[in-house]
Design a protein around this ligand. Sequence first.
Ligand SMILES: Cc1cc2nc3c(=O)[nH]c(=O)nc-3n(C[C@H](O)[C@H](O)[C@H](O)COP(=O)(O)OP(=O)(O)OC[C@H]3O[C@@H](n4cnc5c(N)ncnc54)[C@H](O)[C@@H]3O)c2cc1C
Length: 336
Amino acid sequence: MILLQQQFSLKQFNTFGIETFAEYFTELHSANDINEIATLPYKKYILGGGSNILLCTNINGIVIHNAIKGITITKEDTKYVWLNVMAGEIWHDLVLYTIDKGWGGLENLALIPGTVGAAPIQNIGAYGAEVKNVIDSVCCWHWEEKKWITLSNSDCHFGYRDSIFKNSLKDKTLVCSVVFKLKKQPDFNITYNILGNELKNRAIKELSVKAIADAVIHIRTQKLPNPKEIGNAGSFFKNPTIALSQYIALQKQFSDIPHYPIDTDHVKIPAGWLIEQCGFKGYITGHTGVHKNQALVLVNYGNATGYEIIELAEKICSTIKNKFGILLEMEVQVWK
Ligand SMILES: Cc1cc2nc3c(=O)[nH]c(=O)nc-3n(C[C@H](O)[C@H](O)[C@H](O)COP(=O)(O)OP(=O)(O)OC[C@H]3O[C@@H](n4cnc5c(N)ncnc54)[C@H](O)[C@@H]3O)c2cc1C
């Protein structure tokens, strides 16, 4: 039986450290709990580690903190292992578990905060890897249809920090478990410059998933602000994709504008560079600001409200639109 708490503070449940209250709050510990919650007549908000949300108001409805645990091998052959992982498992714990076994696929994604259930939502990615490359299927409860559905990898319509869960299934499902297909004889993805250089510096004799994860953990620890020390949700904006023709025009004005080719007609521009060019790196206003070393990270200096952070985000967006003609999109999910 689930425990329903009323007027529950969410401050400890979001990495921005913002205080708002949930009308109702409960923790999910088993898939059976979902049947009970499904009958409740409240709007439902699913919460994992709270590392990709921005809380703006009190929540009218029920916040469901997913804490369902469990990792099982469902299938294996000589090349692959299929792991069924419950949504409440901590993402980095799963990465460490697979590394301990020597299985390949999650090593570049070490130390990303949050839960397994949230990983497919925005198709988490880092250091040249995306979780879509190792997701076999996602099992969800559909609130409106009141039934379990299993989506294959292609059903999930994964894109850059995007999936069906942010589009046609937005707020309609609860991810209960994810099946990952991992390699028993890993091949290594070290094309991402910073990672490749870190591994070179370490003079690794034999590359392994552990060596890669160790390098990723080292880089991340040095580069990214720790939410336990300063409230943040990682990258606040996505890196924008623009037409090649727009990039060529911008290059005439800003000769050092960095870019990564996407296809023959499009390039991606690092949002952090755009923010830095507009003078926002290290900018502070009221209780919020842009991190001094990471222009892509907006921070809460202690008592910021979600709306203050939104106001800063909007200021950044309109400055960049005016200067570069590029519209930034938020990566963080706003709850308001
Ligand atoms: C310091 C820092 C670094 C980060 N680095 C990266 C990075 O390198 N790459 C990257 O991709 N992200 C990064 N992030 C963002 C974040 O860690 C990921 O998006 C992560 O997957 C969010 O997990 P979570 O459990 O905290 O989700 P939450 O923040 O709790 O939820 C995020 C969204 O997913 C929904 N959701 C969560 N769980 C479920 C579920 N079981 N079913 C249905 N919907 C659900 C929520 O309703 C919400 O809309 C970073 C964040 C921080 C704070």
